[in-house]
Design a binder for this molecule. Sequence first.
Ligand code: AGP
Length: 612
Amino acid sequence: MCGIVGYIGPREAYPIIITGLKRQEYRGYDSTGVALINNEGLQVYKKKGKVSELENALLGKPLSAHIGIGHTRWATHGEPSDVNAHPHESNSGKLAIIHNGIIENYALIKQDLQKKGYTFKSETDTEVLVNFIEDIQKNTQCPLEEAVRMAMKRVAGAYVILLLDVDHPDTIIAARKGSPLVIGIGKGEHFLGSDATPMLEYTKEVVYVNDYEIAIIKADELVLKNLGNEKQTPYIISLDMELAAIEKGGFDHFMLKEINEQPSTIYDCLRGRLDAKAGTITMKGIEDNIHALTSAKRIIIIACGTSWHAGLEAEYIIEELCRIPVEVEYASEFRYRNPVINKDDVIIAISQSGETADTIVAIEKAKEHGAFIFGIVNVVGSSISRISNAGAYTHAGPEIGVASTKAFTAQLAVLMMIALKIGKEKGTLELKRYMELLNELENIPEKVQSILRNADALKPIASKYKNAINALYLGRGYNFPIALEGALKLKEISYIHAEGYPAAEMKHGPIALVDNQLPVIFVATHDEYHSKIVSNIQEIKARKGKVIAIITEGDAIIPSMADDVFFVPPANELVAPLLSVVPLQLLSYYIGVDKGCDVDKPRNLAKSVTVE
Ligand code: AGP
């Protein structure tokens, strides 16, 4: 997810663009740039780092202009760097483009352009796109908007692009498919943004461009066309949102926004990798190292916090499907003790930020012993992604809420694909079950969406238990790591003490805690342990405990026993954790909000623990 801004009109463009970029840094902030057209021609300035760093670097530059575009990047192709930052120029130097999205077939297009003599400075799909458009224009001698239309018909993927042409300094061309684009309508001026934040103080009259539309924007004219070159009537709406609300996509908090992004972030994580129809999982990091992974005598997973919970889930799944012994280590413990690390061990390091100090040091320690490091990271180009031998990005986009939600489910999705791929390759997973699980995984985004549609059912449960002092989260098998994750969410968001436990472990001590004040949350989706978990619920009820159960639609036993239930759609037990964690995320969010906690920035916590 990146942030894009544009302006054309009588005002100075640069101040509008740089301010708009700062407001959209929540969308991506690893590098940034602007392109302006003035008497000096096409000016392109870009660098790695935050918008404020670019702003400082541009002091004294000839920035006066009445047309310009700007971009904050969340890297997908090519790590954060000056050269990979947007805008990108065409080989002729006449065109400058910024882009939010992914061009899935860029590699083939790039090969074709290279054969024609085009050269590329960056690793990005965006630089390929701007030269693809230039090549079409050169070969057909058509207007730029026609070249854009032809290019859009031939690229696969999601995009919003803004394009400047130094030969047409009175026009910005935009195109949209799958990523957001808002055009602010001013008097003799137009504003563009990924959301409305860059234009709020200038106009509340906006047009949300639709998929497959191209916009030809002049100071005093906006023309919308579809890919068939037919004019479309712009549908103008009046915004009533304030700046803060728009950054959160209309949600009250980033955490709630990110919980609700999960259908699309899980889809983005699977996209281009999992093809259930073809029965394939494409992951270059795995394919390039498939021998090391299938012949591993042991897999050691190192991580912290929520990422550690993803690792524990992976232990259950990898051992089940791949029959490789897995150990899950807290990075902070692993780095200080004297662990046995063999050179044919495979280390999987999991980290949303890719900057967690304990995990980085643990990786370095494992590398000293010759272990192979596979990194699963959300932030492209982060430290852990660079010190790993190979890896896979989770593509969850920037996670602003300190409590990890969408990054966790994206980690699970990646780990499930890895286990499926290795299990199939090793022959420990028979084809029928492999195909079934691919289909199950592919259907997860829609099932998460159906859970979110029912989120309000959790609000009365949250207000019923918001004054609890303690809570227990219990689960068995694949649901046990989710019980741990649910407990962590409640702790860090509402400051209520919560513990996750294997449900069967209760009788070895913790059941002494149970009284009529203690809420016990069971992660009890349907699986082979269901009858056992029913007995555990009975044990709690016999001691007057309050039972909240996350169960599968159609469960005919637990609703009559529990004080409160929340249903999730049926799914294979191996992928069901992607569903059962969502109500626990929402429950902790609603309780935290009910208690007036700062759910996006909980006390004492940092989004990335880069210190020991
Ligand atoms: C999770 O909600 C917490 N914010 C925290 O436990 C986090 O998962 C942990 O600090 C690890 O961070 P990382 O994934 O960026 O390495």
